[in-house]
Write a protein that binds this ligand. Sequence first.
Ligand code: PEP
Ligand code: MG
Length: 574
Amino acid sequence: MSFTMHGVGVSSGIAIGHAHLVSHALLEVAHYEVPEHLVDAEVKRFSEAVGAVRADLETIRRQLPPNAPAELGSFVGTHLMILADKSLAEAPVKIIRDERCNAEWALKQQMNSLVEQFDRIEDEYLRERKFDVVQVVERVIKVLLGHPSQVAFEKQESGMILVAHDLSPADAIQFKQHQFAAFITDVGGVTSHTAILARSLNIPSIVALHRARDLICDGEVIIVDGNQGVVIVNPDKNTLTEYRLRQEQWEIDQQKLKRLKLTKAVTLDGMAIELHANIEIPEDVAQSKAAGATGIGLYRTEFLFMNRRDWPDEDEQFEAYRKVAETMKGLPVTIRTLDLGADKSANPDEERNCTNPALGLRAIRLCLAEPHIFHAQLRAILRASHYGNVKLMIPMLSTIAELRQARQLIERAKRSLRDQGVPFNEHILIGGMIEVPAAALRAEAFARELDFLSIGTNDLIQYTLAIDRTDDTVSHLYDPFNPAVLLLIEMSIRAADKAGKPISVCGEMAGDTRFTRLLLGFGLRQFSMHPTHVLAVKHEVLQSSLSQLQPVVKKILASTDSERIEPLLDKLNQ
Ligand code: PEP
Ligand code: MG
């Protein structure tokens, strides 16, 4: 039966392919068949995961402080015993071999049968031990998910469409290495980091479909229209033909844009505009260069900290940053210090315990609270500054005191390198992000103390309107057209100008062509966006005349509601 679903398109384009259902939620794992020749590899993957969890638990037990409560030690001991028990260490191996299924599935089956046995126990204390079993299984599954099976990779043909309830940014970053035609999820917001990653994958994506994973079956043919936010399941022949034509047209348009790669971004009245790219991992530089970006305006370093059990040390970070600096060959590379927390968590489980992560210990707050982590990163960035045109940028500043504290730590990192004779750029430029209304309102003071500013519109919208950017239940209220948001952006640009400091926009608005002219009209001369948007924004810049923008821009700034602003923007964009 054919049916259509509507969601929020977060990455444009049209894809036609077969559904592949996945889930991030632990214990809600995929089930697939393992071919005979890969069964041994699957068993090995399982045994290695068990070994890794054992090593982890043993480390925890060894490192327990002498004054730790005795129950803690026995708790870890219980988990080690459960892990070593045949029912968990060996029974799943038999299931993998007998049923030729993936390790996660085998483990989940075995856990279900153990939980059932526990449920039948009369004694309450013993019955409660089933939670320990579940926790141990969760640990093993987590490791397995971080090391996907060969079968999972083999299954990834290019026409595959990922259907998930939700994907964390940590999940999505893994997909950068693999070929999917599209992805769709039940939940998520337009500027959630998962959506941002979807755009950087350059594949059509739709979030907030609500029941996609319930209604779509594995293997069904689906059309994903990221432009309209529409998913068509089991389309009929005519619909398929129509969408194949649309898909071709879309691809032709993209090819045409590619011709602009080497064209300078200059307005009709001769103003040169800088178009930079946002990246998450060093490998994204290739895509940025292919799009003709003239710098990296935002390197989201936190992605190096995800999907791993140990955090990268200074040397590992330095190598990643140096690679980007060197590959950009003297073009600016703005490395943002860690913006972990909220939806970008290195440990999503811990994050869930936090009452309100977006308002919690995130970004610079976390770095100031954990100075040893910050110190290692600062040293790594400073060391990389010797190998290219590196700038350092601090996210989520809300007070000048925070900025001064961060600057002291930067000085300390510089001193430590100086003392060791390690080369770095003594005059490295230090910038800060305007993402919190408090910072936008005091942008001039921030501009005076910094070398440059960059407006993170994704968070600025979230914090100005009190709308969680990841929550699809309020995504209709997440409104970049809101006059308060526009005013804060314009004020920040004006403040930076007044202080004589460069300012850019590096949130999603910078890559949205609906806002290009408005931002130009506000006085913005530097945009940073996902590489996939650079050429479309350039196309817009080439057709814009600054002198003609002012009257409409003034009207937009004077408007008090979004509904009036949208038609004015249409007029500006004509
Ligand atoms: C922003 O908030 O606009 C921004 C660029 O930072 P991030 O999306 O990584 O939070
Ligand atoms: Mg941000």
